[in-house]
Design a protein around this ligand. Structure first.
Ligand SMILES: *[C@@H]1O[C@H](CO)[C@@H](O)[C@H](O)[C@H]1NC(C)=O
Ligand SMILES: *[C@@H]1O[C@H](CO)[C@@H](O)[C@H](O)[C@H]1NC(C)=O
Ligand SMILES: *[C@@H]1O[C@H](CO)[C@@H](O)[C@H](O)[C@H]1NC(C)=O
Ligand SMILES: *[C@@H]1O[C@H](CO)[C@@H](O)[C@H](O)[C@H]1NC(C)=O
Length: 392
């Protein structure tokens, strides 16, 4: 990853002319595996080992990527769009570059505090939003120690304390709470619907904490339709056509994310009234997702409901052997440690669980250029990813 440090200054010169400078000095990110750029693998190398192994990250420059994706996450495109730099995970011990912000998002991180999240026999991540916020506070403490050095002993490129109130804070959380409650059969769909209030409350609590901390510009992102995710379509397969909507998604599961997004949208309106000096953006990722499902061809999407990296069934997904793993299905040995679909750019889902580079890029493009984001105009930045997209 040291390559970034070498290569980016070279790239900057040639980009300055074409890309509008959105002038956020830094970006700070909160969330789960949809935004994790390497925190969980840093903390738990065994549990999250797949994140740095093929086929994860096959489209990511300087692979290994430490991301559950074929290429870049939404936060990668957003950070690049508003600052023209990637941001690094707070737990990265070796050669991080925090000049342009910090990522606190961690795979497995729930919106609700992990102590209140119902525990089960599998692996639980302790890195819920409350802990991620504590990491932000800690980051501020370190910035202040750094600025107070006299004499200067440690030299590192860091944002200044004074930029904390002009940076962009991105919150994209809650997917973990719903998805894995269902995936691990901890909750039924009906029970999952009943936790929506507490998940939204946890997101709102983080937003308020960040505003009280000093954040002014916040982007809060809603969730993709759960009933359109290949893993969910596979695990909750129904025999009655009535259970599916016109796009082929499961109506009952979509109710969960529809309720979440509606409550989150309402909460944003309340928060804007409560904190009139804050710029609270609401990113409608769900709207981008359903736009694409309605006219996949205009986005060059050929497989809107299938996993790119997976095996079997209607949706190219089987819980027994998921992307990055080997195992036996029926009598057959399956090896998904290198193989994936021929054209990842044609899929909305990378591994049946996490969204693809193609979806992430489409969402970032909209948010940066003012579509599917409120207030109108959105972040008003250039969605030119030419240099980010270049593989080297
Ligand atoms: C972009 O904004 C940053 C932070 O305000 C500033 O340091 C930099 O010089 C700007 N770059 C351009 C090309 O305007
Ligand atoms: C941000 O913080 C700096 C330093 O504490 C202060 O000078 C500046 O006025 C603040 N800006 C806003 C918009 O609150
Ligand atoms: C779709 O593919 C065509 C041909 O490769 C390309 O010109 C166009 O920009 C693509 N559209 C999107 C939304 O990616
Ligand atoms: C899976 O396939 C890869 C690539 O062909 C190979 O290197 C690896 O040894 C295989 N794994 C097993 C367990 O067979």
């Amino acid at each position: 990853m040291v390559f970034w440090i070498v290569l980016f200054p070279v790239i900057q010169g040639s980009m300055a002319v074409t890309v509008k400078n959105c002038s956020y000095p830094a970006v700070y990110s909160f969330g789960d595996s949809l935004s994790d750029v390497g925190n969980s693998i840093a903390a738990f190398p065994v549990q999250f080992a797949n994140a740095e192994l093929p086929p994860n990250g096959i489209l990511f420059p300087t692979h290994a990527a430490d991301r559950f994706c074929d290429g870049k996450l939404l936060i990668d495109f957003l950070a690049f769009g508003v600052r023209r730099r990637p941001i690094y995970p707070v737990l990265r011990g070796i050669s991080p570059d925090f000049t342009y912000g910090v990522s606190f998002a961690a795979s497995g991180g729930t919106a609700r505090a992990s102590s209140t999240w119902k525990r089960y026999a599998g692996f639980n991540s302790p890195f819920s939003l409350d802990v991620q916020f504590e990491w932000l506070e800690r980051t501020k403490v370190r910035y202040s120690y750094y600025e107070r050095q006299d004499p200067v002993i440690v030299v590192q490129s860091l944002p200044t304390l004074a930029t904390l109130n002009s940076s962009l804070y991105v919150v994209y959380a809650g997917y973990q709470d719903y998805f894995f409650s269902l995936y691990d059969s901890v909750l039924s769909p009906r029970e999952t619907l009943s936790i929506v209030g507490s998940v939204v409350d946890a997101v709102v609590e983080l937003v308020e904490n960040v505003i009280e901390f000093g954040g002014i510009d916040l982007l809060v992102i809603n969730l993709p339709p759960l009933g359109c995710i290949p893993a969910m379509l596979t695990l909750f397969l129904e025999s009655t056509p009535d259970s599916y909507d016109s796009r082929g998604c499961l109506k009952e599961l979509n109710k969960i994310t529809t309720a979440h997004n509606a409550q989150l949208g309402d909460a944003m309106i309340t928060l804007r009234a409560k904190y009139p000096t804050a710029n609270l953006y609401y990113g409608d990722l769900h709207g981008v997702y359903t736009d694409i499902l309605s006219s996949p061809k205009s986005y060059n999407i050929t497989q809107p409901l299938k996993a790119c990296c997976g095996v079997g069934g209607y949706y190219n997904f089987d819980k027994k052997v998921t992307c990055g793993n080997t195992g036996v299905i029926g009598n057959e040995f399956v090896n998904l440690t290198e193989t994936y679909c021929a054209n990842p750019a044609g899929y909305l889902s990378w591994d049946g669980i996490h969204t693809s580079n193609a979806l992430n890029k489409a969402v970032a493009t909209d948010f940066l250029s003012g579509k599917h984001i409120t207030p109108d105009g959105g972040l008003n930045c250039s969605p030119d990813f030419t240099f980010w997209d270049a593989s080297f």
